[in-house]
Design a binder for this molecule. Sequence first.
Ligand SMILES: *Cc1c(COP(=O)(O)O)cnc(C)c1O
Length: 394
Amino acid sequence: MKSFLVDNNGYYGEFGGAYIPEILYKCVEDLKDSYLKVINSDEFQKEYRLLLHDYVGRPSPLYYANRMSEKYSCKLYLKREDLNHTGAHKINNTVGQILIARHMGKTRIIAETGAGQHGVATATVCALMNMECIVYMGKTDVERQYINVEKMKMLGAEVIPVTSGNMTLKDATNEAIRDWCCHPENTYYIIGSTVGPHPYPDMVARLQSIISEEIKKQLIEKEGRDYPDYLIACVGGGSNAAGTIYHYIDDERVHIVLAEAGGLGVETGQTAATIQLGKMGIIHGSRTFVIQNEDGQIEEPYSISAGLDYPGIGPMHANLAQQHRTTVLSINDDEAIAAGYELTKMEGIIPALESAHAIGTLKKLKFQPDDVVVLTVSGRGDKDIETYLNYYKK
Ligand SMILES: *Cc1c(COP(=O)(O)O)cnc(C)c1O
């Protein structure tokens, strides 16, 4: 049977692979040879699951959202990744990757970050494991995301501002790759989403798959069956969505809805709607859809939500979209803000702006009253309060 999971060569259909400079070949090859062995070992599983339970606070609740269910005439459950330690799903991945790094004998951790959420999640597990931590961050983002920079420093990480290009996430990623090329022996690169060269997209998806593993068990308890009719998640690079759908990806009974950031509107040029606008290209070691101009230059994406403005998209999601396994909706800034306020007012949950994009899809979908809908709230909105408040002042 055709599967939407990765094939033996690191591809999802036409997407994925490992397009890397010669000097990284051995690093990526070592990781490829190790990651499944490590992840499937009893020792890793024991430590990973203990940390997820006692440190991250898992399992995250599956909450039946009463008022929102009534409003959208369906049975709406929220998967509460916002309740995790450090406030989002990203910690599931960094906890797993730091254990893999340790198993591989690496002592120095590097990471890229945009808004700083992945940087904080990486600095957190480096403090936990007493490992050296260097985070590359575009200079523009360093200035925009002052609190996260201070958090990373407080956690013991060195934050290096990147001044190339537009000085944002894409440039920080390039710089992290450059560092990795210079220190392949002792350095492990923790990528923050289901992007990058194989095996990263598959590895990150597996480390986030705890989300759908829990959904299965929780749905049996609440609904007497282990699958929903709809799964909804936002996509930046795709990791919270990958975790949400992982154990249902080949189950055609389950509709998958992905929300990407429309920014000011798909046709305005101020957007991060990569699946809808992107063309096949190579970004950060992976063959996937990329927002690019006619010369193949990567264009700067825009979204009100810093976690969604990546000009690429994970190869798993590109393939799901191309094969029509998923519905992709783009949610604009104004729709996301309104959805964030709605969840706040109706359920008392202030979602991250990224997650608000997922909530924004509810208005655009037609449900049957007994449809079971599971929507992942990828993170909490504390970091976005200023943006929420300032939006209507403009
Ligand atoms: C980083 C982030 C995202 C986007 O990343 P994915 O890899 O697509 O999940 C979404 N929500 C929150 C809260 C984030 O911090």
